[in-house]
Design a binder for this molecule. Structure first.
Ligand code: PLP
Ligand code: COI
Length: 334
């Protein structure tokens, strides 16, 4: 494979891992050397969007070891999303085992250390039984796929990236499902995200839907800003609790920074030295400008460079690849 040419795109790999939940219990994990599955056309996932998913990565380290980053957190977030939808989710041990199997079965697709690419794991939980009534599904399929990917957004060669504030739709309702990783939160942002990308924006930034005065998060990543020695990230009931953001907050504290998780007013964007998007797929992406199409305001980061964002990025990826000591035991070695 030509690792340099990878993007965040689907490639069919060797196998997916699946398990079935029916009659109140999970089947064993199975390896399927195909990316097609057969489910009922009247399933709740196809008809009512009854599905939850996750995203995590396997990293080839400098020492050749393979590491998964905080997979237990993904297992528990999937459980939270599944509970929100009223569907069963795999126990933590089964989730981890499926992720390990997905890596092992697709080992030829695991990008080498320092290739700039990683193996993205996509755990998926879908309701598969036939139904037309609006009830939770008792028949569920758990899938883990593994896909080699490179950067999700932004220019690989430059740290200049701009983001666009979404002003013609909200990501989630005030008491909606924003804090869960379910497909229904993503489909409404796809067209707007594509348009923004065509206009040269690396990410679409959502405001809170109650007042539209505060920053919530990007369509597939959290927001943080750096002001002096402070790491500031929005506290909102409607954003996805990002495992990357949570890790960066710990790293920032270890770097001697003060972490503030609090409401961030849109106008405050004018005051940050540096800004970033963070998440599994995007890692830490420096955001130099945020454009508000409603007011025409361009919020630019005040500092010329991106040194703090880069330090946070490099420490995080250093831990993931075994270069930086993993003092919190975040990595699971395979
Ligand atoms: N916010 C949204 C809406 C996301 O889809 C993601 C990606 O998973 C994140 C934030 C970042 O979360 P994590 O760091 O756990 O990947
Ligand atoms: C991730 O970081 O795992 C994501 O959520 C990205 C995905 C929605 C494309």
């Amino acid at each position: 494979m030509n690792w340099n040419e990878l993007k965040f795109k689907y490639t069919k790999t060797n196998a997916i891992i699946v398990a079935n939940y029916s009659d109140g219990e999970w089947s064993h994990l199975q390896v399927i050397n195909d990316d097609k599955i057969t489910i009922n056309a009247l399933s709740a996932s196809l008809n009512y969007g009854l599905q939850a998913f996750e995203g995590l990565k396997a990293y080839r380290g400098y020492d050749d070891k393979i590491r998964l980053f905080r997979p237990i957190e993904n297992a528990s977030r999937l459980r939270r999303s599944a509970e929100f939808l009223g569907i069963p989710s795999p126990p933590e041990s089964m989730f981890i085992e499926a992720c390990k199997m997905a890596v092992q079965e697709n080992i030829g697709y695991l990008p080498p250390y320092e290739s700039g690419a990683t193996l993205y794991l996509r755990p998926l939980l879908i309701g598969i039984g036939g139904q037309i009534d609006l009830v939770s599904s008792n028949d569920v399929l758990f899938i883990v796929a593994a896909i080699p990917v490179s950067s999700f957004a932004g220019d690989k060669k430059s740290s200049f990236n701009k983001a666009l504030i979404a002003r013609d739709h909200d990501r989630t309702a005030p008491m909606g499902s924003g804090a869960y990783k379910i497909g229904g939160n993503y489909s409404p942002s796809i067209v707007a995200g594509q348009k923004a990308k065509q206009q040269g924006y690396a990410a679409l930034l959502y405001l809170d839907s109650q007042t539209r005065n505060h920053i919530d998060e990007f369509s597939s990543s959290n927001f943080f800003g750096i002001k002096g020695n402070n790491y500031i990230t929005p506290d909102s009931p409607n954003i996805l609790p990002s495992i990357t953001n949570n890790s960066l907050m710990t790293i920032a504290k270890d770097m001697g920074m003060t972490v503030q998780k609090r409401a961030v007013l849109t106008e405050e964007l004018a005051t940050f030295d540096q800004m970033a998007a963070c998440g599994t797929a995007i890692v830490v992406l420096n955001i130099s400008e945020i454009h508000d199409p409603l007011t025409g305001t361009v919020y630019s980061s005040k500092s010329e460079g991106n040194s703090t964002n880069k330090k946070l990025h490099d420490t995080l990826t250093g831990i993931q690849t075994g270069v930086v000591y993993d003092k919190n035991n975040w990595c699971l070695e395979l």
